[in-house]
Design a protein around this ligand. Structure first.
Ligand code: ADP
Length: 157
């Protein structure tokens, strides 16, 4: 069970920071599910099918990555997929504070689940989906910040 991991997030949109950390995570496990969380109350910039397409195209060259979508608790998804490890990325102490709390709750709700944290590579610590969305919604070019596949999808439609 520990050789199956899950990397959850909103990916609105996936950034080069996510891509880098997901590729590293995929090299550590036999199988990595990249799971797009859906919160009905949240408004997204890119709809679910677009976010899924971005991720699938970005990781089409990585055989052990599968993109899934889910609603509800991440720990429930881990149980249903048989994933023993939850992977999260850390960019800063602020991320750590937040992730540590979530990890503690997940540990209580699903005691066998291990959360591991991968530190962002130095070039990507500044990158967030929030900033990329702001640039996009203001009509700016987001291609320097997103995986190549996302740039091509946005260009070709
Ligand atoms: P959420 O809405 O759950 O925070 P995100 O899509 O923003 O989802 O992020 C998913 C995961 O990716 C989180 O663990 C986050 O810390 C990590 N992450 C986001 N941006 C980066 C980055 N630039 N480098 C490394 N990890 C990142």
């Amino acid at each position: 069970m520990k050789n199956v991991a899950i990397f959850p997030g909103s990916f609105d949109p996936v950034t080069k920071g996510h891509e880098e950390i997901i590729r590293r995570a995929a090299s550590l496990f036999e199988k990595l599910y990249v799971a797009i969380g859906v919160n009905k109350k949240k408004k997204y910039c890119f709809d679910l099918s677009q976010r899924k397409r971005f991720l699938e195209r970005t990781f089409s060259d990585v055989a052990n990555i599968e993109v899934v979508t889910y609603e509800g608790l991440t720990v429930s998804l881990c149980n249903s997929l048989g994933a023993g490890v939850l992977v999260r990325g850390l960019r800063s102490a602020i991320d750590f504070e937040y992730e540590y709390k979530i990890g503690a709750f997940n540990e209580i709700m699903s005691s066998g689940l291990e959360t591991i944290y991968l530190a962002a590579s130095p070039g990507y610590t500044h990158l967030s989906s929030t900033i990329v969305r702001e640039i996009y919604l203001s009509g700016g070019d987001i291609t320097p910040f997103v995986p190549e596949a996302v740039g091509s999808i946005l260009q070709d439609g």
